[in-house]
Design a protein around this ligand. Structure first.
Ligand SMILES: NC(=O)c1ccc[n+]([C@@H]2O[C@H](COP(=O)([O-])OP(=O)(O)OC[C@H]3O[C@@H](n4cnc5c(N)ncnc54)[C@H](O)[C@@H]3O)[C@@H](O)[C@H]2O)c1
Length: 256
């Protein structure tokens, strides 16, 4: 697919990597729907993208809500005169150990709450499920010949301590990437994933510097990645018509 022919929805495009994807695509002449729960974030992305060769459209949407996703897909197709790409990027995390044991008493003193489990699964796994299902419905029913879905997973999908909810969601997303690619190939829909390592976005800004340093010391390349470096993976998947069903690891060589 040529980038200047892309008509994409990028979820979570009001911040971090999603913003970089939306701006990168618009720089290449694509039309992009900037979808996010945060209207402030959407406005900032649109302001940054003013004057780029492509076109950016605002869309307030919650990927965990079926109603909101349906409305987003319908509006995106109307705004851009069609739809041929979806980047499932919106994501949250609520870290915590499965159970926390008090060193003094040896007894369980805390645990990951069901609420935090459900919240992360709702946005990071149910969200891409709803968006991909409704995207597929739209492109098939409208007779779109070729289209692409890109799921943003994570290096944590291998199972990262303190992230039962997030690791499960991001692993599930790569499993679904493979099976959606198989189910949807006959309709001209390719499905790929990108699994970033530690990337310099607002998520990392909130971390304690000593914790960040300890994390980065585990990365063979000894630095965090940039949103642009992840965009290079997104761009590759869009442009390479023989890529489907696989996950690109862009993580500086990190293993968790
Ligand atoms: N930053 C990293 O190091 C890193 C590493 C691996 C994977 N990831 C993944 O990359 C993606 C982007 O991460 P980021 O670091 O840019 O995060 P970020 O927090 O900067 O941006 C996430 C965006 O998603 C939006 N969002 C949250 N819930 C939403 C919902 N229900 N519906 C629509 N939008 C919603 C937020 O408002 C925000 O604008 C996420 O899926 C994240 O899990 C990030």
């Amino acid at each position: 697919m040529k980038l200047d022919e892309v008509k994409a929805i990028v979820t979570g495009a009001g911040s971090g990597m999603g913003r970089a994807f939306a701006l990168g695509l618009a720089s290449a002449g694509a039309q992009v729907v900037v979808a996010d729960v945060s209207m402030d974030g959407i406005r900032e992305t649109l302001d940054e993208g003013a004057g780029l060769p492509g076109k950016l459209f605002p869309c307030e949407a919650d990927v965990s809500s079926e109603e909101s996703v349906r409305a987003m897909i319908e509006r995106a197709a109307a705004d851009m005169g069609g739809l041929n790409a979806l980047v499932n990027n919106a994501g949250i995390f609520r870290d915590g150990l499965l159970v926390k044991v008090d060193k003094q008493t040896g007894k369980v003193s805390g645990a990951m709450s069901l609420e935090n489990w459900n919240k992360v699964l709702a946005v990071d796994l149910t969200g891409p499920f709803l968006c991909t299902r409704e995207f597929a419905r739209q492109v098939i029913d409208s007779g779109t010949k070729s289209s692409v879905v890109i799921n943003i997973s994570s290096v944590s999908r291998a199972g990262n301590r303190g992230q039962s909810n997030y690791s499960a969601a991001k692993a599930g997303l790569v499993a679904d990437t493979k099976l959606w690619a198989e189910e949807l190939a006959r309709y001209g829909i390719r499905v790929g994933a990108v699994a970033p390592g530690f990337i310099q976005t607002p998520i990392l800004d909130g971390m304690r510097p000593d914790m960040l340093e300890a994390m980065v010391s585990q990365v063979p390349l000894r630095r965090t990645g940039t949103p642009h470096e992840i965009f290079q993976g997104v761009k590759f998947i869009l442009e390479c018509d023989y890529f489907t069903g696989r996950c690109l690891d862009i993580d500086g060589g990190l293993h968790v």
